[in-house]
Design a protein around this ligand. Structure first.
Ligand code: ARG
Length: 459
């Protein structure tokens, strides 16, 4: 097959090299962006008098037909034509004749591929953002469905203080909100228009970059042609966003997996979101949560791969940069799929409130509250901590809970204890008392639910 760049060569390309250097097997995904970018470019060339109006019309009609062919599955992608850009350009010239050869005036594949990936990522950032909001909504709904369920909160995976289950879930809501903010940043950086940079230095033709940007609804232009073709920050930012998002989902996965175990039995997932075992008939496995946790490694890997690819590259374009796409595409697919199944899984989650409450009522999750009680009676916190700690030790020896102790027993540890201590260290009281802004009390959580709903509307 004759190459679009064949002029200076005396020999055909080695087939292995052809296959090795080709990106069509994966960058065909950019066909829509490539055609939209080429149409905007052709229109601008005509407007600036660089090609004739009828040539631009022929180019645009040809590209529109090619788009229809690709969508109908009537386009054969050729490895020998290397990438999506040359596959389309070659077909265009076959269809419309020499006018097709004018499309690449004042353009290089370097700014062309940058334009395509900016368009692609800008579009996908919106799609990912919608799914992210969907998951936030699912979390919000599930939290609101179980407003009173109390569970033990953990530090070091040891029972620490009683909290509302809704409060725990909402922690994920708010971290996903920050992910959304990061994604907005990705969108803003994808919204910069690189075309017109040419290979790296700009072009000798009197082009109008602003026109292309306006047609493709870009907010800004790259100010430096070298930066325009060398930049892959927008992808690195997307992959960073995605890696952090997946880490968040992975942490929730880990908790869901623990909570579903017989050891915890805090939640039950819907049968539709679990799978069975081919040998053990009793099994119901939380595969969705496990697989999201697993796929987190893959997304982090894509981020590491691109950072590593870029770290030693001189300006401007290097073929190494063709390696940016597979990881990017796979990350987009993985994140979108994970967010979709995850939202459904969270929606189907049922809480075993009695079991959670029983767990919160054990292991002295109210010991801090006992100390706080004494502080409110005038004891310095450090001494109150000591008294509560000794009471815990006493209970451990007697195999009792703090709430099992009589007032007489308690008075042995501090004369400040009165009748009201029993009420003060009930699990429900402990939760309700943590009424500081952003705390776990039912009224704070109610505020957080309302605030979260508002934030989601603004997103
Ligand atoms: N397929 C290439 C890529 O994805 C397009 C840009 C190629 N430019 C070049 N001068 N070889 O990076």
């Amino acid at each position: 097959m004759t190459k679009l760049w064949g002029g200076r060569f005396t020999k055909g390309t080695d087939v292995l090299v052809e296959e090795f250097t080709s990106s069509i097997s994966f960058d065909r995904r950019l066909y829509k962006e490539d055609i939209a970018g080429s149409i905007a470019h052709a229109r601008m060339l005509a407007k600036c008098g660089i090609i004739a109006a009828d040539e631009a019309e022929a180019i645009i009609a040809g590209l529109t037909d090619i788009l229809a062919d690709i969508e109908a599955g009537n386009f054969s992608f050729e490895t020998a034509l290397e990438d999506i850009h040359m596959n389309i350009e070659k077909r265009l010239t076959e269809r419309i004749g020499p006018a097709g050869g004018k499309l690449h005036t004042a353009r290089s594949r370097n700014d062309q591929v940058a334009l395509d990936t900016h368009l692609y990522l800008r579009k996908e950032a919106v799609a990912v953002g919608q799914l992210l909001c969907g998951l936030q909504e699912a979390i919000m709904e599930t939290a609101a469905r179980f407003p009173d369920a109390i569970m033990p909160g953990y530090t070091h995976l040891q029972r620490a203080q009683p909290i509302l289950f809704a409060h725990h879930l909402l922690a994920y809501f708010f971290m996903l909100g920050r992910d959304f903010d990061r994604l907005r940043g990705v969108w803003e950086r994808a919204d910069i228009m690189p075309l017109g940079a040419g290979a790296l230095a700009g072009t000798t033709f009197p082009i109008d970059r602003k026109q292309v940007a306006d047609e493709l609804k870009f907010g800004r232009l790259y100010e430096n042609s070298i930066d325009a073709v060398a930049d892959r920050d927008y992808m690195m930012e997307f992959l960073s966003f995605a890696a952090i998002l997946m880490v968040h989902l992975s942490r929730l996965s880990e908790e869901v997996i623990l909570w579903c175990s017989s050891e915890f039995k805090f939640v039950e997932l819907d049968d539709a979101h679990c799978t069975g075992s081919s040998i053990m008939p009793q099994k119901k496995n939380p595969d969705v949560a496990e697989l999201v946790r697993g796929k987190t490694g893959r997304v982090i890997g894509h981020l590491m791969a691109l950072l590593t690819t870029m770290k030693g590259l001189p300006l401007a374009y290097n073929k190494d940069m063709q390696e940016d796409k597979e990881g990017l595409f796979d990350t987009v697919d993985t994140v979108k799929f994970s967010l979709s199944v995850y939202a459904a899984m969270v929606r189907g989650m049922k809480v075993n409130a009695p079991r959670m409450l029983a767990a919160a009522d054990e292991d002295f999750t109210n010991a801090t509250d006992m100390a706080d009680y004494l502080v409110k009676k005038g004891l310095p916190f450090r001494q109150a901590h000591e008294v509560s700690g000794k009471s815990v030790r006493y209970c451990l020896e007697k195999d009792k809970k703090l709430t099992d102790l009589s007032l007489a027993e308690l008075k042995e540890f501090s004369p400040l204890f009165e009748e009201d201590i029993l009420e003060a260290i009930k699990v429900e009281t402990c939760v309700a008392a943590r009424n500081s802004y952003g705390g776990t009390s039912p009224s704070q959580v109610k505020e957080a639910l309302a605030g979260g709903r508002e934030a989601l509307k603004r997103q």
